[in-house]
Write a new protein. Structure first.
Length: 282
């Protein structure tokens, strides 16, 4: 039994895991102090813009403030999980599979590794856990597969999506209140809270987004679309042939009329003469 457990733990370096987790905590503390100074300055800049009635610029700048706040919140979660790993390291080392009560913490650190380049220790921790639990475990957390166990708040804070209008307006109001600025929110409320414009969708795009109950209904719809495309192509070919035949007939008729006029000594008016000689030559 003991030999089996030792084989399961081949490649797992407990001391390296502990060292990297502690270094990550120390780095996060340093980054927090640096970011707090930066965020204070950024909030002050937004406040000055609001005071100067430069709402449009303030709405852009506040996005950076929100981003920094989210990173700081994410780092706090990462710090807690690193401390948890250090405290529960003996259990991690003994058990072959990831303990259920530690899955959220370990998966969250793996998920954060490629998204927090300023904390390189996380990438090394990810490598340690990959040797312990395998590539599939790491991929599940990195790709956010179902049941990966990654902390939902951490996912939200590390998201690169643009903050919503409601969130931006909330931060702007907080900054105005913090710096005691009498700010008229009317313009920003109209801009940030207006409903999004619905994109124009063509009939073909609408059909492509149809939802089907099963593969059979999808196949039937595809067949109908193919039949419609074939019918349209056949109609286009028929019209092209008809147009060509009509053109040949007109040319033939024109040649007959021209021959008759020539035999009678008539001449056709020149297109360049503008029709001024229409009655001449008789």
């Amino acid at each position: 039994m003991g030999s089996r457990l030792s084989l399961c733990r081949v490649g797992f370096n407990s001391s390296k895991c502990k060292t990297e987790a502690k270094l990550a905590v120390a780095r996060i503390k340093l980054l927090r102090n640096k970011r707090e100074v930066q965020v204070r300055q950024m909030r002050r800049d937004v406040a000055m813009l609001l005071e100067g009635h430069q709402d449009s610029t303030a709405r852009i700048r506040v996005e950076h403030v929100i981003r920094e706040h989210n990173i700081m919140a994410a780092n706090e979660i990462i710090e807690l999980f690193c401390e948890l790993i250090v405290a529960r390291l003996p259990i991690i080392a003994k058990q072959r599979d990831c303990p259920p009560d530690l899955k959220e913490g370990i998966s969250s650190l793996i998920f954060a590794a490629p998204r927090c380049s300023d904390i390189p220790e996380l990438s090394r921790l990810r490598d340690v856990f990959e040797k312990k639990y395998g590539k599939d475990f790491v991929s599940a957390a990195t790709d956010l597969r179902p049941e990966s166990g990654v902390n939902r708040t951490l996912i939200e804070k590390l998201s690169v999506r643009t903050p919503s209008g409601e969130v931006k307006l909330k931060f702007m109001k907080e900054i105005a209140k913090e710096y005691q600025i009498e700010w008229d929110t009317t313009e920003s409320e109209l801009e940030l809270l207006k409903p999004p414009e619905e994109p124009l969708v063509s009939s073909n795009e609408g059909k492509s987004s149809m939802q089907f109950k099963d593969s059979a209904s999808a196949a039937q719809a595809a067949m109908e679309l193919a039949e419609q495309a074939t019918a349209a192509a056949q109609a286009a070919a028929h019209l092209a042939r008809r147009s060509s035949q009509q053109g040949d007939y007109v040319t033939h008729l024109d040649n007959i009329l021209y021959a008759q006029e020539s035999s009678q000594g008539k001449t056709r008016p020149s297109m360049d003469s503008g029709g001024s000689g229409a009655g001449e030559g008789i």
